[in-house]
Design a protein around this ligand. Structure first.
Ligand code: DGL
Length: 263
C-alpha cells in the first residue's frame, strides 16, 4: 500500500479527463494536479518549448510527496516523455503508450487512425509507438487544431453543428483509408466521443485518458502501490485559478475543489 500522491500534469485544463478516469478507476488515490494554464495551449508550440515547459511542470510537482507522475498532456507525452523520465525515479505514466497498445489490441484490420494536436502529430510519437508494438499496422493521422478551443467553449454537445462539421472534416481522410479504430490522442477529445460515434458508428474509439488510467491501475496494482485511503485531491494552475474552477465542470461533473495558484 502507498498513500502518497499521484502527480498529474497537463498544459492546462484538459488533463482533467485523465484525472476523471483515474478517479473512476482508482477512487482511493490521492492526486495532485497541475495545469499550466499560463502557457496553454502546447499543441501549436515548438518541440524545444514544449520540453522546457514540461520540465517546469514536473519540477513543480516534484515538491509534493509523489509515488508516480502522470503526463496527461498528449503533446507533452509525445515530445518530452524521455526528458521527464530521466528526471524521475518514481514511475512515469503517459497517454501515448497505453492508447497505442489498446488500439493495436482492438484493431482487426490493422488500420488505426490518430487525431491529436499539430505538435503531437508532427512528432510522430503515436506512429512510432504503434509500429513498435506491431509493424504491420498502418497508421493514419490528422492534426485537429480547431477542436481544443471548441471543447473549451463548451461546443461539444450533439446540437453543435459547426463542431460536428469540423470534426467530420478532420475524420474524413482517416475514414476514407478504412480505419477500424481511432485514437482520441488529446486530453480534450474524450468529450467529443459521442460526436465521433455519430459520424463513424462502426469504428472502435480509444480514449487516451481512459487507456492511461487503466495502465496506471494495472501497474500500481502489480507494484503493490495502491492507496487504501482517499485523503485529498489538490488542483493547481499557473494562472487564472477561477477560470479553471469555472471550466472544470465540463471535464469533471460537479467539480467542487479549490483551485490554487502555483507558487
Ligand atoms: N493537453 C493537450 C494535449 O493533450 C491539448 C491542449 C494543448 O494544446 O495544450 O495534447
Amino acid at each position: 500500500m502507498n498513500n502518497k500522491y499521484i502527480g498529474v500534469f497537463d498544459s492546462g485544463i484538459g488533463g482533467l479527463t485523465v484525472v476523471k478516469a483515474i478517479m473512476e478507476a482508482l477512487p482511493n488515490e490521492n492526486i495532485v494536479y497541475f495545469g499550466d494554464t499560463l502557457n496553454s495551449p502546447y499543441g501549436d508550440k515548438k518541440e524545444s518549448q514544449i520540453i522546457e515547459l514540461a520540465k517546469q511542470d514536473a519540477k513543480f510537482l516534484e515538491q509534493f510527496d509523489l509515488k508516480a507522475l502522470v503526463i496527461a498532456c498528449n503533446t507533452a507525452d509525445a515530445i518530452a516523455r524521455n526528458t521527464i523520465m530521466k528526471m524521475y525515479d518514481t514511475p512515469v505514466f503517459g497517454v501515448v503508450g497505453p492508447a497505442s497498445k489498446y488500439a493495436c489490441a482492438i484493431s482487426t484490420n490493422k488500420k488505426i487512425g490518430v487525431i491529436a494536436t499539430t505538435a503531437a502529430i508532427n512528432s510522430k510519437a503515436y506512429e512510432k509507438a504503434i509500429k513498435k508494438i506491431d509493424e504491420n499496422v498502418a497508421v493514419y493521422s490528422n492534426a485537429c487544431p480547431l477542436l481544443v478551443p471548441l471543447v473549451e467553449q463548451g461546443k461539444f454537445t450533439d446540437d453543435c453543428i459547426e463542431t460536428k462539421e469540423i470534426l467530420a472534416g478532420y475524420l474524413k481522410p482517416l475514414l476514407d483509408k478504412g480505419i477500424d479504430s481511432l485514437i482520441l490522442g488529446c486530453t480534450h477529445y474524450p468529450l467529443l466521443a459521442n460526436m465521433v460515434k455519430q459520424i463513424a458508428p462502426n469504428i472502435n474509439i480509444i480514449s487516451s485518458s481512459q487507456a492511461a488510467a487503466e495502465k496506471i491501475k494495472a501497474d500500481l496494482t502489480k507494484l503493490d502501490m495502491l492507496s487504501d485511503e482517499l485523503i485529498e485531491r489538490q488542483f493547481y494552475v499557473s494562472s487564472n485559478p477561477e477560470g479553471l474552477a469555472k471550466l472544470a465542470n465540463i471535464f469533471i461533473n460537479n467539480f467542487n475543489y479549490e483551485v490554487k495558484l502555483k507558487w
